[in-house]
Design a binder for this molecule. Structure first.
Ligand code: VGL
Ligand code: ZN
Length: 203
């Protein structure tokens, strides 16, 4: 069975010292580099926002963490991060390149945030990732990266909805945990939707 690895948003801004640092985010890099070699295909998702993106608190003169209505969707306002072409948007220099890797960017529309690697948060537009994986005859997906409770979670939920057998590599993920327990509850949500939990050592 053809399998793909999805490396979610392993970008400088989500690593320690980054603009939206995920605690221990750097711990996932070695795991990505090791497991990446074992897959037919490696997908890297890249959060890729215009500077005027409306998920940024600064663009509303509001505090980080404020929740607003953005075109009918609840939007948590983030610090400016992963601005197109910035150092923060680059993949970590420690992250390996793989022979059969493809990059899918998301978050380019200033009017809607995009946590999933497949669709924007309003599910109005797709990145093309689902169609690409199907065309490549991929049946099983393994997902890891940053952040467990945002981009990893929504990528996994969409993957399951699209009919892929989907695994979450637990030790290959870290979350932001804005509220205590967010990571734990996001894992429960993914499990209820049908994700298979694995450790990188089992791959
Ligand atoms: C992410 C918040 C905003 C993520 C991206 O990669 O999990 N989180 N943009
Ligand atoms: Zn973002």
């Amino acid at each position: 069975m053809k399998r793909a690895l999805i490396l979610v948003d392993i970008q400088n801004d989500f690593l320690p010292e980054g603009a939206l640092a995920v605690p221990e985010g750097d711990k996932v890099i070695d795991i990505a580099n090791t497991v990446g070699k074992k897959f037919d295909l490696v997908i890297k998702t890249q959060d890729w926002h215009p500077a005027k993106h409306k998920s940024f608190a600064k663009n509303h003169n509001l505090e980080i963490g404020t929740i607003i209505d953005l075109n009918g969707l609840q939007q948590f306002l983030w610090p400016v991060h992963c601005v197109q072409g910035s150092k923060g948007a680059d993949f970590s220099e420690q992250l390996a390149s793989f022979e059969n890797e493809f990059i899918f960017q998301k978050g380019g529309d200033i009017e809607v945030d995009s946590y999933s690697g497949f669709f924007d948060n309003g599910k109005r537009n797709s990145t093309g990732l689902g169609a690409f994986l199907k065309q490549q005859k991929i049946k099983a997906l393994f997902v890891m990266g940053l952040a467990t409770d945002y981009c990893v979670k929504y990528t996994v939920l969409d993957a399951l909805e699209l009919g892929f057998q989907t695994h979450l590599i637990l030790d290959g993920c870290r979350g932001v945990n804005i509220n205590n327990g967010d990571v734990e509850s996001s894992i429960k949500t993914m499990q209820s939707a049908g994700v298979i939990l694995v450790q990188s050592s089992e791959i």
